[in-house]
Write a protein that binds this ligand. Structure first.
Ligand code: MG
Length: 386
């Protein structure tokens, strides 16, 4: 039997929800994957435990005050230890890396992703904010470097899977499914006094705090609309969103002959993670299987964008182009953080996003520096509204 060389992987954000699940996939397939780099923001204890288990070439702790702790804990291992955001942006270029899984939260993924593409690494993209902020630059660079960007987001993985073998067939449109989050069907007055704990309880998916709040406000779906535009080169009118509370159909592609392909399965992030890590091979797994008879009623409704205006704002930002999506993302990161630290109410998140989007000066044909400046400016303005 032919044995393929192992795929060497860097996981940026290894202690988060996607990172830990990716390591489960790696652990279950030791003959297919090896871990080259692990990075974390603040969770030194888990990073140390992961490093001791997977013995990567190096680890990076972004929070520099935790460097000594990580360094000392790994002193007896042949593992290099670095710290700081710049180190993360550097290590992704290491020669032995085949694939970089970008699973950190928010804007911080931008520069490491750009560096990894420049170094020719395949990207398994879980950090959707990177494409939201600078999708034009990222996709152009990936095209020039011949680098694949493999989606890890379940909806985009679904579309990507539906497109297998359809290379020459144009997409008529895609339909992104949304669970609707924990507050589906609620009115504005019912949402006024939503608590943090209520918002952090997602009905179907177990995810990190930021994305769980984004799911509750429908911002996550808005960011995914923009992410889809860049991943699949689509126009605004080629992207639909439909609420599908069971999260079984993960998204749909409609082709020019009217035929639709959907990808489905139980909501489990390990599946799209594994598909990206193993692409183009499907790896045998023992993940629970979907049974139609347990779900006799799959349902679909229109999203309520009058109550959940974030989705509307995302389509506006997409239509606007330039730095608009970067503004929306920055405002949203500030607003979600403020909500998670009890500084604002649930409905204020979308209000801050809307006000910031209308306040920051619009710019077209942006460079990376323009995006970095826009991000800073939008954060400052959003902070004033907190
Ligand atoms: Mg998703």
């Amino acid at each position: 039997m032919e044995t393929k060389p192992k795929r060497h992987i860097a996981i940026l954000g290894s202690t988060g929800s996607i990172g830990t699940q990716a390591l489960e996939v790696v652990k279950a397939n030791p003959n297919k994957f090896a871990i080259e780099v692990l990075t974390a923001q603040n969770n030194a204890d888990l990073l140390i435990a992961q490093a001791q288990q997977f013995e990567p070439n190096c680890v990076v702790i972004a929070n520099e005050t935790l460097y000594e702790k990580v360094k000392n804990a790994l002193a007896d291992f042949p593992i290099k230890v670095y710290c700081g955001a710049n180190a993360i942006a550097d290590v992704v270029q290491m020669q032995d890396i085949d694939m970089v899984l970008t699973a950190m939260v928010g804007f911080s993924g931008l520069i490491p992703t750009i560096n990894a593409i420049k170094a020719g690494k395949t990207i398994a993209l879980a950090n959707k904010e990177t494409l939201v902020v600078a999708g034009d630059i990222i996709t152009k660079l990936a095209y020039e470097k011949g680098v694949n960007i493999l989606p890890v987001d379940s909806e985009h993985s679904a579309i990507f899977q539906c497109l297998a073998g359809e290379f020459h067939n144009p997409i008529e449109k895609i339909i992104l499914t949304a669970s609707g989050g924990p507050f589906r069907g609620k009115t504005i007055s019912e949402l006024t006094n939503i608590t943090k704990n209520e918002a952090l309880k997602h009905p179907n998916w177990a995810m990190g705090a930021k994305i769980t709040i984004d799911s509750a406000t429908l911002m996550n779906k808005g960011l995914e609309v923009i992410e889809a535009k860049w991943l699949f080169s689509l126009q605004k009118n080629q992207i639909d969103v439909i609420v599908h509370p069971q999260s079984i159909i993960h998204s749909i592609v409609q082709f020019q002959d009217g035929s639709m392909k959907a990808q489905m399965g139980l909501p489990d992030m390990k599946l799209p993670i594994q598909y990206a890590l193993g692409y183009p091979s499907r790896i045998k797994s023992d993940f629970p299987r979907f049974n139609f008879l347990q779900y006799p009623n799959l349902s679909f409704t229109k999203p309520d964008t009058d109550t959940f205006i974030n989705l509307k704002l995302a389509f506006e930002a997409l239509d606007c182009g330039g730095n608009a999506a970067c503004v929306l993302n920055a405002a949203n990161e500030v607003a979600v953080e403020a909500f998670l630290t009890d500084k604002i109410k649930f409905l204020d998140i979308a209000k801050i996003n809307e006000k910031t989007l209308s306040k920051v000066i619009f710019k077209n044909n942006c460079s990376i520096n323009d995006y970095l400046e826009t991000d800073k400016e939008a954060r400052a303005i959003a902070m004033e509204y907190v």
